[in-house]
Design a protein around this ligand. Structure first.
Ligand SMILES: Cc1cc2nc3c(=O)[nH]c(=O)nc-3n(C[C@H](O)[C@H](O)[C@H](O)COP(=O)(O)OP(=O)(O)OC[C@H]3O[C@@H](n4cnc5c(N)ncnc54)[C@H](O)[C@@H]3O)c2cc1C
Length: 468
């Protein structure tokens, strides 16, 4: 039986990064993945394929709606070839997951394909697809088994017409009318993909706003922008039933006044969140405890109640984000190597890859108010930037929240073109505990979208933005 310093169960961004960092630090490492491709949710059915479809559908939308403004004439009709678009997305996924195999080889990590399940706290059975079982011994184990889409108790996911994000990445036709239950990140991103491709899209959300966890100003601006793109919204609607009848799906909900309303479409995307996935792990055999929501319980070192077993990523508490899982993978590897790493969870950015993109780090205005922190706020509209006018992407703004007394940046919130990339400046500034004036005094290349960050910082410093 092979003996490892570390076994990692699950090869998503948490698991494969943990394995690489363990190997870099000199540990003999194994990674176990039940599917035939590495990379987990993120690479196979999450971040990467959704961004590939967002990019393809954005090109189509530009061609149909904006080429003409730029003086580009396309002879004949511009058409979507969905099969080709999905096949391109599959190629992107294929290349990316193969990249992980390369990294495993490069770092001399042993890859086991099969379902990992604990025999006891130091032995793991790996049930392979051919029915045979390998057993390995590991001094330490990192559980990185991720999450699966959640649903509502009364919904039957038939995975044909009533679908999750996984099926929405593989559709064979553009829906006529896609009903999206849930106005969070996944529902809005995939809703926008199919809206651009020609579907009518109605988002039905329980809360009174979309992207509920983010700063209220971002939520309002995104909704305004998506409404301009003709996405329909039914906020404060409590879904009660989802019925499929042939090719038709009807969603019934109670609106704010308590009246029953129904929506009919040909597809219903259920995007109501995700839950931790521990099925098949046989945690009882190792004595690992769960917390109340089915997540693996961990302490501040991401250690479970069993001292040689750790857990990271979507399977534990916290934001379900690939980069959060990656940081946790690195943290556990470094703890095992005797180092003293640290993660500042306040500085994990959140991004929505709709267009306009939305990105944020640090505290929201609502959180600062609730905590009674004295703060000041500076905003700058994208439409005032030369770069935005050149590209035509004028929606959105950057808002910087800073401590009223010390000027330290407490939160950076942005919506607009390419803000998914711009947020890194906010993270860097906050990591180094910059003041708004520090950002305001830094030269930002002209013309760039990043100038909005400098201008918002100027506005927060002394209300002295230049270009408004
Ligand atoms: C449509 C969609 C879009 C998303 N977009 C983004 C985005 O743009 N940015 C972002 O940061 N996040 C995004 N996410 C979230 C992101 O995918 C997750 O936060 C991330 O994948 C979590 O990583 P993880 O390593 O914890 O788990 P996962 O990526 O879920 O990987 C877990 C792996 O463990 C394997 N596994 C489970 N049980 C066992 C077992 N017993 N034995 C062996 N293997 C097992 C699974 O097969 C899986 O491969 C998106 C998610 C979805 C669904």
């Amino acid at each position: 039986m092979s003996l490892y310093d570390v076994a990692v169960i699950g090869s998503g961004p948490g698991g494969y990064v943990a394995a690489i960092r363990c190997a870099q630090l000199g540990m003999k490492t194994a990674i176990i993945e039940k599917y035939s491709t590495l990379g987990g949710t993120c690479l196979n059915v999450g971040c990467i394929p959704s961004k590939a479809l967002l990019d393809s559908s954005h090109h189509y939308d530009d061609a149909v709606k904006h080429f003409e403004d730029h003086g580009i004439e396309v002879p004949g009709e511009i058409k979507v070839n969905l099969e080709k678009m999905i096949s391109r997305k599959n190629n992107v996924v294929d290349m990316t997951t193969k990249g992980i195999n390369f990294l495993m080889d490069k770092n001399k990590i042993d890859v086991f394909e099969g379902l990992g399940s604990f025999k006891d706290a130091t032995h793991i059975d790996i049930k392979k697809i051919d029915g045979t079982t390998d057993t390995i011994e590991a001094k330490n184990t990192i559980i990185a088994t991720g999450s699966k889409p959640s649903t509502l108790p009364f919904i039957t996911l038939d995975k044909e017409r009533v679908i999750t994000s996984t099926e929405a990445l593989q559709l064979k036709e553009v829906p006529k009318h896609m009903l999206v239950i849930g106005g969070g990140v996944i529902g809005l991103e995939l809703g926008q993909v199919y809206k651009r491709l020609g579907a009518e899209v109605t988002v039905i959300e329980y809360m009174d706003k979309i992207i509920p966890g983010m700063d209220g100003a971002l939520s309002k601006e995104l909704m305004k922008s998506l409404k301009k793109q003709k996405v329909k919204f039914a906020l404060s609607h409590k879904v009660k039933s989802v019925e499929r009848n042939g090719d038709e799906v009807t969603v019934t909900a109670d609106n704010k006044k308590g009246e029953e309303v129904s929506f009919t479409g040909d597809y219903c995307l259920v995007a109501v969140g995700r839950h931790a996935y521990t099925e098949g792990l046989n945690l009882e055999a190792a004595g690992v405890q769960l917390e109340e929501r089915g997540r693996v319980a961990v302490n501040e070192h991401l250690q479970t109640n069993v001292s040689n077993i750790y857990a990271i990523g979507d399977v534990i508490k916290g934001a379900m984000l690939a980069h959060k899982a990656e940081e946790e993978g690195t943290l556990v590897a470094e703890i095992l190597a005797g180092q003293k790493p640290h993660i500042d969870y306040n500085l994990i950015p959140g991004v929505v890859y709709t267009w306009p993109e939305v990105a944020a780090v640090g505290k929201t205005e609502e959180q600062l108010k609730e905590a009674g922190v004295a703060y000041k706020s500076g905003s700058f509209p994208m439409r005032a930037l030369g770069r935005s006018r050149a590209s035509g992407d004028i929606d959105g703004f950057v808002k910087i929240l800073a401590d009223k007394n010390t000027d330290e940046v407490l939160g950076v919130h942005m919506i607009g073109a390419r803000v998914a990339d711009l947020i890194a400046e906010g993270v860097t500034a906050m990591e180094f505990r910059a003041s708004a004036e520090d950002i305001a005094r830094m030269s930002h290349a002209h013309p760039t979208y990043a100038e909005a960050v400098k201008e918002a910082a100027l506005a927060a410093t002394e209300d002295r933005a230049i270009h408004v």
